[in-house]
Design a protein around this ligand. Structure first.
Ligand code: SF4
Length: 103
């Protein structure tokens, strides 16, 4: 039996009112693979967490996803969540979240 398809990323794919979806157009994680946006482990979530670090819509993302209320698994509002609880990023990986210098 094939593995179930990963869920769609919350930011770019959900359609709703224009006021609600406006922030989604500014989501820094747009285009990232669902496997990173909905990762359960910090290492796999790093690309999405790195996007969060520069994302201007962290608050509406967090308010909309409501991770704790929805037992969310994945990245929202600058944090990784598993079963609706914030997952700590190990120090060894946290350095990878620092903004990258452009050459
Ligand atoms: S806060 Fe993070 S998960 Fe939410 S839209 Fe921005 S980059 Fe994506």
């Amino acid at each position: 039996m094939p593995a179930p398809a990963p869920p769609a990323p919350p930011a770019p794919l959900r359609t709703s009112s224009s006021a609600d979806s406006d922030w989604r157009l500014r989501a820094a994680c747009t285009g990232l693979a669902p496997q990173t946006v909905f990762a359960r482990r910090p290492k796999a979530a790093l690309p999405a967490l790195r996007a969060c670090a520069v994302c201007s819509v962290r608050r509406p993302c967090l308010d909309t996803v409501a991770p704790a209320d929805n037992l969310f698994d994945g990245v929202s509002g600058g944090s990784l969540w598993r079963n609706g609880r914030r997952v700590a990023v190990p120090e060894a990986l946290a350095a990878a979240l620092e903004p990258q210098e452009q050459p």
